[in-house]
Design a protein around this ligand. Sequence first.
Ligand SMILES: [Zn+2]
Length: 469
Amino acid sequence: MLDQKLQEQIDSFVEKNRNQIVETVRALVQIDSLRGEPLPGAPYGAGPRRALDRALAICKEQGLSVADHEGYCGSAVLPGQEGEIALAAHLDIVPVGEGWSVDPFSATLRDGYIVGRGARDNKGAFAADLYAMLCLRELGVPLRHSLRLIMGCNEETGMKDMEYYLSKNKAPDFTLVTDCSFPVCHGEKGGFSGDIIFPKPARVRRAGGGVARNIVPAQASAEVDCQGLDKERILALAGEAEGICAKMEGDTLTVSAEGISFHAAFPEGSKNAIGHLLRFLCGAGLLEGEDFERGRFLADTLEHYYGETLGIACADAQTGKLTCVGGLLFEENDGLHLNLDIRYPVTASGGEIGKKIAAACKEHGCSFVVTKDDAGTYVPAEHPAVQTLCRVYRELTGSERAPYTMGGGTYARKFPNAVAFGPGDPEEKLPYEPGRGDAHQPDESQNIGILLRSIKIYVAAILELDKIL
Ligand SMILES: [Zn+2]
């Protein structure tokens, strides 16, 4: 437990710098740092480069020594005597999408929030990390470890920035990735993705579904040639089926299916619209012969989101069950592609999963191409650093929450000895309807009070980690 005088100093530092902290977040949110075409010194394009320049300039203005790692990422250092603790945040963003009530790059201040793309994910955290370091400098408590703030530019589309950094620089002794919720995320499942490719069914003219690879689709649709079939019966079946909408024009049936959308890492309670569509096409006699067999196999695959149909279901005590979600159906020259987003337990192997899927696909006249296999990470909950972080969080907030693992991925998987630690408050209730205000959503909003509190937690955590690492 920190002594009271130190705690008061930290509180007053944060209070004194409140406006500057908010303006730091706003300055970065105002830069559209979506990935673009690579340019010299800017492997992720002009936007991330501008955000990195700005972040490095802010760190430099505050008297930190900074390094530009060839535009992949940047870092700012507070030197110590031996060893290094890193804080890692990212400056790149996901696309804006639809449905904003403000300009996503205006960094609007509204009711105690900063509203804008990247405000929560992850530019707020960059400011929290920076001000935690500045606070530690001002406290004047000598730290054994150097502190390094690593600011990445490629978190959202591959994390190659951290691979580059680690290929050129010594890995920190311990890394806190500030890109999740408190208290501590100490394990992440592996991330695996691939396309099942299959011939377009004979009667299907067009088929598609989903909006993103990592979201259980809420919508899927197809146009089907019904020549020679009992159209009235088909329309009657569509009328009876829940979540199916159909209309017939001439011989062409346009049919759409509705599902229940969830993030692919948490499919419990979801309903896959692509699977629902395929199930209807099979049941209504619109797929025949091999098309029928394949359609049923794919519908089963999509309904059983723990990978049962593909023979890949597995679980471990550390990170839980494998999840398997088909988020996108789209047409390419070689046929229809069904993309699978799979999150596998840390003790499973992506290579084995790929082989099993390929074998199951072959049996049903489909092929399978792996597009991503990104190993997970796990630090035991008993690790002294995890215990310390949880204790600090408990002392400062009164929360008894236990450390957790998840299906989502952060930079923690790229570093040895890394966990994700805040700055999100797991109790936070956003002042919006569901689907708004959070990371990757319209009106993404960072609560200023939560952000300021996270700085205090980071300062206390680093003081403690410095003693035990
Ligand atoms: Zn993020």
